[in-house]
Design a protein around this ligand. Structure first.
Ligand code: ATP
Length: 241
């Protein structure tokens, strides 16, 4: 469904953040992109959604295909419209709006009010916690609830593929498990996912396949079960012996 071929991205002539990445996210699968701080994971996602441009960076070579079509360089809103949504790092909820208003904003590309209502109800049935919180101001939600809200807001655009950047960041372990249980339920319902994570263990539990990035390059890839068993991954990324 998503194919990156030799993608290179820079922030300036001196910062080559992504140095020729090739990866694939097949239809209905969950793929994780792992690696430490500054490895280039977020930049890879921004290259796909064409949001790196907004930070003075650009994709300098390679190709990005989504559902068989080249999307590199396309308008970011158009990329969302064709079914590829990017949930940025840091749980960017609209803090002064209610949970339901945040969902409405997520559905802004849909003209029909009835369809927006139908999608909100679908989000509530997939994430019942949001239904209970619908009138609450988003800024007062806990970190885990905000993470669920940004996932719900992403679902409002009826995506085929969700890219999510560090969903576990700053959350307590139990809450991380809840957020990943939500991602696993989306996958079980047929959603295609690309998850960027530093929390290797939880990511490999839900993923089918993983790529490990270091210094702008993919240094290792394989089935999630193989990566979990791999000595280097265990030692360097899971902290196990
Ligand atoms: P993190 O988990 O810390 O976000 P990451 O693996 O996602 O790490 P990136 O954020 O993609 O890594 O960063 C890759 C490289 O690009 C780093 O060297 C970083 O300092 C640099 N970089 C990231 N964003 C910018 C920016 N807006 N301007 C300039 N350099 C940037």
């Amino acid at each position: 469904m998503l194919v990156l071929n030799n993608v290179e991205a820079i922030y300036s002539d001196v910062i080559l953040a992504v140095k020729g990445i090739s990866l694939q996210v097949p239809d209905g699968k969950c793929v994780t992109l792992l690696g430490g701080n500054g490895a280039g994971k977020s930049t890879t996602l921004k290259s796909v959604s064409n949001l790196i441009r907004t930070e003075d960076g650009k994709v300098t070579s390679g190709s990005i295909e989504f559902c068989g079509e080249r999307i590199d360089g396309r308008d970011p809103a158009e990329i969302v419209r064709i079914g590829l949504v990017h949930i940025m790092e840091g749980r960017r909820v609209l803090r002064h709006l209610t949970v339901e208003q945040n969902l409405i904003v997520g559905g802004h590309m849909e003209r029909s009010g009835a369809e927006v209502r139908r999608r909100i109800d679908e989000v509530y049935s997939r994430i019942p916690r949001l239904s209970a919180l619908k009138g609450r101001t988003a800024g007062y939600l806990s970190g885990g609830e905000q993470q669920m809200l940004v996932v719900g807001r992403a679902l409002m655009s009826k995506p085929k593929l969700i890219m999510i950047d560090e969903p576990s960041l700053g959350l307590a372990p139990l809450i991380v498990d809840e957020v990943f249980a939500l991602l696993a339920s989306l996958k079980a319902a047929g959603m295609t996912l690309l998850i960027v994570e530093q929390n290797t263990r939880v990511a490999l539990d839900v993923a089918d396949y993983g790529y490990v990035m270091e210094n702008g390059r993919i240094v290792l890839e394989g089935a999630a079960s193989d990566l979990k068993a791999n000595e280097d991954v265990r030692e360097f990324y899971l902290g196990l012996n």
